[in-house]
Design a protein around this ligand. Structure first.
Ligand code: UD1
Ligand code: MG
Length: 468
């Protein structure tokens, strides 16, 4: 949209969050709050210019958003939302089209609403359009004051702190989103005063300026007041996250994913899930995770930045980070796949098994109580319970190589660097310190000694002690 420029206000600290982190960088479903209005703007509205006003922690904000389509403008002192818009004059002063003003703390607003609003503004040839909403509980929002005559035209917005008791009863609120003709905007901003309860230059006061100058003021009402929710407190952050999480779950259910006990399942918006997969309760699916078709995930599973193939089962209480799991693999219950674990087709990782930076070949099984780190494990290998790759010598990490078709007996320690040749067998309880040739049997354990009738002799000794 060439005739459109967008300003997103993000300079405020967000005092009510009581945080060391600036409000717009607080995460919502794994992404900073500000990324939501920015995404709507850059992906759907595609305006001629996108300007973000930053002040508090401006450097951190700029480091988070490096898209070259964004122009950052600094508001060094936060003198109010009106002042925040006025600092964009050096970059937008010559713009002649429509300026859409959004707040960085209103992340639930949808592209559809904004597109409809811009169209309405332009169709009406208004100087100013304000997006308003009806809220059951309007506390904290600026209230919309309409005149009694002339079909209730909007006159101004009164902030909660400046409002009289009667004005506070009004449930129509200002969402903080406006469309303004650019030349009128910068003219009106010059007329704002800060003689109000907060001593700030309020952006909504441009409505009064428009009213006095007899400019056309238009309102656009949002039917779904959830979209207009501004986040000022941690409680509102949690509420907004629940709403976003529900949108994501509804999306995947519509795409053919089954989700049990929906509200206990957390799926970040970057996750992708294929059809006929079932997500059981209490699962956390985060980051750049993709899950294939017909998988069963959970209950109680966390997967982050990982790629899961088709028909994979991830069972109870399993955690997977930055790993790849091929089709038909089974992981869990109680498994931990740490970064760079790569399970090939049909591999099985079971109870209390931890894998790190290792490739596990197709059809290989490590079913119980094992640590596999910095290892290369071939196809069809059987790793017995209690097998440990001793990958760390206190200074450096070393690799273990286990070739195809190897059988490793229970309670084996593989002291890396070490290689077990193809088809070899390692006897239970062995400490492997040297490479094992292919098809060999390696055993290292003290020979068992059985002392005959030892129990009876021990019994006699005890009796004597008691009598003596
Ligand atoms: C604002 C509106 C209120 C509306 C509500 C909707 C004003 C005066 N009030 O109130 O009518 O109902 O939004 O959510 O505009 N900001 C700056 N620089 C500043 C001050 C604020 O960039 O000097 C930014 C903040 O970072 C934030 C946005 O502007 O993203 C809104 O500021 P905030 O303090 O949250 O305003 P509200 O009190 O919510
Ligand atoms: Mg706010």
């Amino acid at each position: 949209m060439d005739n459109l420029a967008v300003i997103i206000l993000a300079a405020g600290k967000g005092k009510r969050m009581r945080s060391g982190v600036v409000k717009v960088l607080h995460p919502l479903l794994g992404r900073p709050m500000l990324s939501y209005p920015l995404e709507v703007c850059l992906e759907h509205l595609q305006p001629a210019k996108t300007v973000v006003v930053a002040g508090h922690q401006a450097d951190q904000i700029q480091n988070c958003f490096t898209d070259p389509r964004i122009t950052f403008v600094r508001q060094d002192e936060q003198l109010g939302t009106g002042h925040a818009v006025s600092v964009t004059e050096p970059v937008l002063g010559d713009f002649k089209g429509t300026i859409l003003i959004l707040c960085g703390d209103t992340p639930l607003i949808t592209a559809q609403t904004l597109l409809e609003m811009v169209k309405h503004h332009e169709d009406q040839k208004a100087a100013l359009t304000i997006l308003t909403a009806l809220r059951e509980d309007p506390t904290g929002y600026g209230r919309v004051i309409r005149g009694r005559r002339a079909a209730g035209k909007m006159h101004k917005v009164v902030e909660e702190k400046d409002a009289t008791d009667r004005e506070r009863e009004i449930t129509e609120v200002n969402t903080g989103i406006y469309c303004v003709q650019a030349p009128f905007l910068f003219q009106a901003l010059g007329k704002l005063r800060s003689d109000n309860a907060q001593g700030e230059y309020y952006l909504p006061d441009i409505i009064e300026v428009a009213h006095h100058k007899k400019k056309k003021i238009n309102t656009f009402s949002i039917p779904d007041s959830v979209e207009s929710m501004g986040i000022n407190t941690r409680a509102e952050l949690a509420q907004a996250e629940e709403i976003l999480a529900d949108r994501v779950r509804q999306h995947w259910m519509a795409e053919g994913v089954t989700i049990q006990d929906t509200t206990s399942v957390y799926i970040e918006s970057s996750v992708r899930i294929d059809r006929d997969t079932v997500i059981y309760p209490n699962c956390y699916l985060r980051g750049e995770t993709t899950i294939g078709m017909s998988c069963r995930i959970g209950p109680q599973v966390e997967i982050c930045d990982s790629q899961i193939g088709d028909r994979v089962q991830i069972k109870f209480c399993t955690m997977i980070t930055e790993s790849r799991i091929a089709d038909d693999a089974i992981v869990g219950p109680f498994s931990h796949l740490r970064p760079q674990s790569h399970l090939e087709k049909g591999a099985k990782i079971g109870n209390f098994v931890e894998v790190k930076k290792s490739r596990i070949g197709p059809g290989t099984k490590a079913n119980h109580l094992t640590y596999i780190g910095d290892s290369e494990v071939g196809a069809g290998v059987n790793i017995g319970a209690g097998t440990i790759t001793c990958n760390y010598d206190g200074v450096q990490k070393h690799r273990t190589i286990i070739e195809d078709e190897v059988f490793i007996g229970s309670n084996t320690a593989l002291v890396a660097p070490v290689k077990v040749g193809k088809g070899a067998v390692v006897g239970a309880g062995t400490t492997v310190t040297k490479d094992i040739p292919p098809h060999a049997l390696a055993v290292s354990r003290a020979r068992q000694k059985s002392i005959k009738k030892w129990v009876m002799k021990k019994g006699k000794r005890k009796n004597k002690e008691r009598q003596g």
